[in-house]
Design a protein around this ligand. Structure first.
Ligand SMILES: Nc1nc2c(ncn2[C@@H]2O[C@H](COP(=O)(O)OP(=O)(O)OP(=O)(O)O)[C@@H](O)[C@H]2O)c(=O)[nH]1
Ligand SMILES: [Mg+2]
Length: 263
Protein backbone atom coordinates (compact mmCIF):
# COMPACT_ATOMS: atom_id res chain seq x y z
CA UNK A 1 0.00 0.00 0.00
CA UNK A 2 2.87 2.35 0.68
CA UNK A 3 4.78 3.70 -2.26
CA UNK A 4 8.36 2.49 -2.59
CA UNK A 5 11.27 4.36 -4.15
CA UNK A 6 15.07 4.18 -3.90
CA UNK A 7 15.15 7.66 -2.32
CA UNK A 8 15.06 8.33 1.42
CA UNK A 9 12.04 9.97 3.06
CA UNK A 10 9.53 8.63 0.58
CA UNK A 11 6.88 7.95 3.22
CA UNK A 12 5.50 11.17 4.73
CA UNK A 13 2.30 10.06 6.44
CA UNK A 14 1.28 7.33 8.77
CA UNK A 15 -0.55 4.73 6.65
CA UNK A 16 -2.45 1.75 8.01
CA UNK A 17 -2.39 -1.61 6.25
CA UNK A 18 -4.72 -4.14 7.84
CA UNK A 19 -4.36 -7.92 7.69
CA UNK A 20 -7.56 -9.81 8.49
CA UNK A 21 -7.69 -13.52 9.27
CA UNK A 22 -10.34 -15.60 11.03
CA UNK A 23 -8.60 -15.51 14.39
CA UNK A 24 -6.61 -12.29 14.28
CA UNK A 25 -6.34 -8.81 12.84
CA UNK A 26 -2.98 -7.06 12.45
CA UNK A 27 -3.00 -3.32 11.92
CA UNK A 28 0.33 -2.35 10.40
CA UNK A 29 1.11 1.31 10.82
CA UNK A 30 3.74 2.40 8.31
CA UNK A 31 5.52 5.61 9.26
CA UNK A 32 8.18 7.89 7.87
CA UNK A 33 11.75 7.00 8.79
CA UNK A 34 13.30 8.58 11.87
CA UNK A 35 15.35 11.68 10.98
CA UNK A 36 16.34 14.96 12.61
CA UNK A 37 13.76 17.42 11.26
CA UNK A 38 15.00 20.52 9.40
CA UNK A 39 11.70 22.05 8.32
CA UNK A 40 8.03 21.90 9.33
CA UNK A 41 7.14 19.06 6.94
CA UNK A 42 9.80 16.87 8.54
CA UNK A 43 8.55 17.87 11.99
CA UNK A 44 5.12 16.62 11.01
CA UNK A 45 6.69 13.40 9.70
CA UNK A 46 8.35 12.87 13.08
CA UNK A 47 5.10 13.46 14.94
CA UNK A 48 3.60 10.66 12.81
CA UNK A 49 6.42 8.44 14.11
CA UNK A 50 5.87 9.47 17.72
CA UNK A 51 2.10 8.95 17.54
CA UNK A 52 2.63 5.46 16.15
CA UNK A 53 4.98 4.59 18.98
CA UNK A 54 2.36 5.60 21.53
CA UNK A 55 -0.35 3.47 19.93
CA UNK A 56 1.65 0.40 19.02
CA UNK A 57 1.26 -2.96 20.75
CA UNK A 58 4.38 -4.17 18.96
CA UNK A 59 7.15 -2.07 17.45
CA UNK A 60 9.02 -3.23 14.38
CA UNK A 61 12.12 -1.22 13.65
CA UNK A 62 13.00 -1.74 10.02
CA UNK A 63 16.62 -0.90 9.36
CA UNK A 64 18.89 -2.28 6.72
CA UNK A 65 22.20 -4.02 6.50
CA UNK A 66 23.83 -1.00 4.82
CA UNK A 67 22.94 1.53 7.53
CA UNK A 68 25.95 2.97 9.32
CA UNK A 69 26.23 2.16 12.99
CA UNK A 70 24.81 5.56 13.94
CA UNK A 71 21.23 4.92 14.94
CA UNK A 72 21.51 6.56 18.37
CA UNK A 73 18.34 8.64 17.94
CA UNK A 74 16.17 5.63 17.16
CA UNK A 75 17.72 3.63 19.96
CA UNK A 76 16.97 6.39 22.49
CA UNK A 77 13.36 6.61 21.27
CA UNK A 78 12.80 2.87 21.50
CA UNK A 79 14.40 2.48 24.91
CA UNK A 80 11.56 4.62 26.29
CA UNK A 81 8.74 2.46 24.95
CA UNK A 82 6.96 -0.26 26.89
CA UNK A 83 5.81 -2.40 23.93
CA UNK A 84 7.87 -5.34 22.70
CA UNK A 85 10.37 -4.32 20.01
CA UNK A 86 11.67 -6.41 17.14
CA UNK A 87 14.51 -5.16 14.99
CA UNK A 88 14.25 -6.17 11.37
CA UNK A 89 17.50 -5.98 9.45
CA UNK A 90 16.41 -5.83 5.81
CA UNK A 91 18.24 -6.21 2.47
CA UNK A 92 20.49 -9.04 3.60
CA UNK A 93 20.42 -10.24 -0.01
CA UNK A 94 23.18 -7.66 -0.45
CA UNK A 95 25.48 -8.87 2.31
CA UNK A 96 27.70 -11.61 3.68
CA UNK A 97 26.98 -13.85 6.67
CA UNK A 98 29.70 -12.03 8.67
CA UNK A 99 28.05 -8.67 8.06
CA UNK A 100 24.70 -10.02 9.15
CA UNK A 101 26.17 -11.55 12.31
CA UNK A 102 27.88 -8.23 13.19
CA UNK A 103 24.65 -6.29 12.68
CA UNK A 104 22.60 -8.71 14.77
CA UNK A 105 25.18 -8.40 17.55
CA UNK A 106 25.11 -4.58 17.30
CA UNK A 107 21.34 -4.47 17.77
CA UNK A 108 21.35 -7.01 20.56
CA UNK A 109 23.96 -5.09 22.52
CA UNK A 110 22.71 -1.55 21.83
CA UNK A 111 18.96 -2.06 22.24
CA UNK A 112 18.42 -5.58 23.54
CA UNK A 113 15.08 -5.97 21.73
CA UNK A 114 12.74 -8.91 22.16
CA UNK A 115 13.83 -10.28 18.78
CA UNK A 116 16.14 -9.51 15.88
CA UNK A 117 15.33 -10.75 12.38
CA UNK A 118 17.62 -10.65 9.38
CA UNK A 119 15.40 -10.59 6.31
CA UNK A 120 15.18 -9.76 2.66
CA UNK A 121 11.83 -8.23 1.79
CA UNK A 122 12.84 -8.37 -1.85
CA UNK A 123 13.54 -12.12 -1.83
CA UNK A 124 10.87 -12.78 0.81
CA UNK A 125 13.52 -14.37 2.97
CA UNK A 126 12.60 -14.81 6.66
CA UNK A 127 9.51 -12.60 6.36
CA UNK A 128 7.32 -15.40 7.69
CA UNK A 129 9.35 -15.44 10.91
CA UNK A 130 8.44 -11.78 11.44
CA UNK A 131 4.75 -12.55 10.88
CA UNK A 132 4.96 -15.41 13.38
CA UNK A 133 6.60 -13.09 15.94
CA UNK A 134 3.81 -10.55 15.48
CA UNK A 135 1.06 -13.13 15.85
CA UNK A 136 2.72 -14.55 18.99
CA UNK A 137 2.94 -11.09 20.54
CA UNK A 138 -0.46 -9.68 19.62
CA UNK A 139 -2.53 -8.75 22.65
CA UNK A 140 -5.92 -10.40 23.00
CA UNK A 141 -8.44 -7.81 22.01
CA UNK A 142 -11.51 -7.49 19.81
CA UNK A 143 -10.65 -6.36 16.29
CA UNK A 144 -10.29 -2.56 16.05
CA UNK A 145 -11.56 -2.41 12.48
CA UNK A 146 -14.31 -4.16 10.55
CA UNK A 147 -12.84 -7.40 9.22
CA UNK A 148 -13.09 -6.22 5.61
CA UNK A 149 -11.14 -2.98 6.19
CA UNK A 150 -7.76 -2.82 4.46
CA UNK A 151 -6.60 0.70 5.25
CA UNK A 152 -7.59 4.04 6.76
CA UNK A 153 -6.79 5.95 3.56
CA UNK A 154 -9.10 6.65 0.65
CA UNK A 155 -8.61 6.26 -3.11
CA UNK A 156 -7.67 9.93 -3.51
CA UNK A 157 -4.77 9.44 -1.14
CA UNK A 158 -3.41 6.37 -2.93
CA UNK A 159 -3.79 8.02 -6.31
CA UNK A 160 -1.86 11.10 -5.13
CA UNK A 161 0.85 8.83 -3.71
CA UNK A 162 1.18 7.10 -7.08
CA UNK A 163 2.01 10.45 -8.66
CA UNK A 164 4.47 11.25 -5.89
CA UNK A 165 6.13 7.87 -6.37
CA UNK A 166 6.81 8.64 -10.02
CA UNK A 167 8.21 12.06 -9.09
CA UNK A 168 10.57 10.45 -6.56
CA UNK A 169 11.69 7.98 -9.20
CA UNK A 170 12.09 10.36 -12.13
CA UNK A 171 13.61 13.54 -10.66
CA UNK A 172 16.85 14.13 -8.79
CA UNK A 173 18.16 16.24 -5.94
CA UNK A 174 15.68 18.49 -4.15
CA UNK A 175 12.81 18.16 -6.64
CA UNK A 176 11.05 15.19 -5.01
CA UNK A 177 11.44 16.74 -1.57
CA UNK A 178 9.99 20.07 -2.73
CA UNK A 179 6.92 18.41 -4.21
CA UNK A 180 3.42 17.79 -2.94
CA UNK A 181 0.54 16.29 -4.91
CA UNK A 182 -3.06 17.39 -4.45
CA UNK A 183 -5.98 15.64 -6.13
CA UNK A 184 -8.26 18.49 -7.18
CA UNK A 185 -10.95 16.40 -8.83
CA UNK A 186 -11.88 12.71 -8.93
CA UNK A 187 -14.92 11.88 -11.04
CA UNK A 188 -16.15 8.34 -11.39
CA UNK A 189 -17.96 7.68 -14.63
CA UNK A 190 -19.28 4.38 -15.95
CA UNK A 191 -16.18 3.35 -17.85
CA UNK A 192 -13.57 5.83 -16.79
CA UNK A 193 -12.29 7.80 -13.80
CA UNK A 194 -11.37 11.41 -14.56
CA UNK A 195 -8.69 12.60 -12.18
CA UNK A 196 -7.05 16.03 -11.97
CA UNK A 197 -4.06 16.72 -9.81
CA UNK A 198 -1.89 19.67 -8.89
CA UNK A 199 1.78 19.12 -8.35
CA UNK A 200 2.99 21.78 -5.96
CA UNK A 201 6.63 22.91 -5.99
CA UNK A 202 8.41 25.67 -4.12
CA UNK A 203 10.03 27.67 -6.95
CA UNK A 204 9.58 28.60 -10.61
CA UNK A 205 12.88 26.91 -11.44
CA UNK A 206 11.50 23.64 -10.03
CA UNK A 207 8.33 24.06 -12.03
CA UNK A 208 10.40 24.29 -15.21
CA UNK A 209 12.39 21.17 -14.36
CA UNK A 210 9.23 19.29 -13.48
CA UNK A 211 7.58 20.12 -16.78
CA UNK A 212 10.74 19.55 -18.82
CA UNK A 213 11.41 20.48 -22.43
CA UNK A 214 8.13 20.55 -24.33
CA UNK A 215 6.40 18.96 -21.34
CA UNK A 216 8.24 15.66 -21.87
CA UNK A 217 9.08 14.98 -18.23
CA UNK A 218 5.65 15.75 -16.86
CA UNK A 219 4.14 13.56 -19.54
CA UNK A 220 6.27 10.69 -18.31
CA UNK A 221 5.03 11.20 -14.74
CA UNK A 222 1.44 11.19 -15.99
CA UNK A 223 1.81 8.10 -18.15
CA UNK A 224 3.44 5.97 -15.46
CA UNK A 225 1.10 7.18 -12.72
CA UNK A 226 -1.97 6.59 -14.87
CA UNK A 227 -0.93 2.97 -15.49
CA UNK A 228 -0.64 2.36 -11.75
CA UNK A 229 -4.01 4.00 -11.14
CA UNK A 230 -5.72 1.90 -13.77
CA UNK A 231 -4.39 -1.25 -12.17
CA UNK A 232 -5.33 -0.09 -8.68
CA UNK A 233 -8.82 1.13 -9.58
CA UNK A 234 -9.42 -1.59 -12.19
CA UNK A 235 -10.78 1.03 -14.53
CA UNK A 236 -9.56 3.31 -17.29
CA UNK A 237 -8.21 6.63 -16.02
CA UNK A 238 -7.99 10.02 -17.66
CA UNK A 239 -5.33 11.95 -15.73
CA UNK A 240 -4.65 15.66 -15.94
CA UNK A 241 -1.63 17.19 -14.19
CA UNK A 242 -1.02 20.86 -13.40
CA UNK A 243 2.06 22.36 -11.77
CA UNK A 244 1.73 25.17 -9.27
CA UNK A 245 4.27 27.12 -7.25
CA UNK A 246 3.70 27.78 -3.57
CA UNK A 247 6.89 29.36 -2.21
CA UNK A 248 8.31 27.43 0.77
CA UNK A 249 5.17 25.38 1.38
CA UNK A 250 7.23 22.79 3.30
CA UNK A 251 7.93 25.34 6.02
CA UNK A 252 4.43 26.81 6.27
CA UNK A 253 2.14 25.25 8.83
CA UNK A 254 -1.07 26.50 7.20
CA UNK A 255 -0.24 24.75 3.92
CA UNK A 256 0.92 21.59 5.66
CA UNK A 257 -2.37 21.44 7.52
CA UNK A 258 -4.30 21.97 4.30
CA UNK A 259 -2.29 19.17 2.66
CA UNK A 260 -3.22 16.74 5.42
CA UNK A 261 -0.09 16.73 7.52
CA UNK A 262 -0.70 16.42 11.23
CA UNK A 263 0.75 18.88 13.74
N1 LIG B 1 18.18 -5.24 -2.19
C1 LIG B 1 17.05 -5.02 -1.52
N2 LIG B 1 16.38 -3.85 -1.68
C2 LIG B 1 15.23 -3.66 -0.98
C3 LIG B 1 14.73 -4.65 -0.08
N3 LIG B 1 13.59 -4.16 0.48
C4 LIG B 1 13.41 -2.92 -0.04
N4 LIG B 1 14.38 -2.61 -0.94
C5 LIG B 1 14.54 -1.36 -1.70
O1 LIG B 1 14.81 -0.31 -0.80
C6 LIG B 1 14.32 0.94 -1.30
C7 LIG B 1 13.55 1.68 -0.22
O2 LIG B 1 12.29 1.06 0.01
P1 LIG B 1 11.12 1.82 0.75
O3 LIG B 1 10.01 0.88 1.00
O4 LIG B 1 10.81 3.11 0.03
O5 LIG B 1 11.85 2.16 2.13
P2 LIG B 1 11.30 2.84 3.45
O6 LIG B 1 12.03 2.23 4.57
O7 LIG B 1 9.81 2.82 3.50
O8 LIG B 1 11.87 4.31 3.28
P3 LIG B 1 11.15 5.75 3.41
O9 LIG B 1 9.69 5.62 3.16
O10 LIG B 1 11.84 6.53 2.33
O11 LIG B 1 11.47 6.25 4.76
C8 LIG B 1 13.50 0.60 -2.54
O12 LIG B 1 14.28 0.87 -3.68
C9 LIG B 1 13.27 -0.91 -2.39
O13 LIG B 1 13.10 -1.56 -3.64
C10 LIG B 1 15.45 -5.89 0.06
O14 LIG B 1 15.12 -6.80 0.80
N5 LIG B 1 16.60 -6.01 -0.68
MG1 LIG C 1 8.35 4.08 3.15
Amino acid sequence: MSIITPKAQTTRHRILGIVNEDDYQIVFSDTPGVIKPHYALQESMMSAVNDSLVDADIILLVTDINEKYDEGDVIEKLKKTQSPVAVIINKIDKSTQEEVAAKVEFWQSSLNPKAVFAVSALKEYNVQAVMDFIIDNLPEHPAYYEKDTLTDRNERFFVSEMIREKIFKIYEKEIPYSTEVIITSFKEEANINRISAEIIVERDSQKNILIGKGGEMLKKVGTYARKDMEEFLQKKVFLELFVKVIPDWRSKKNYLKRFGYED
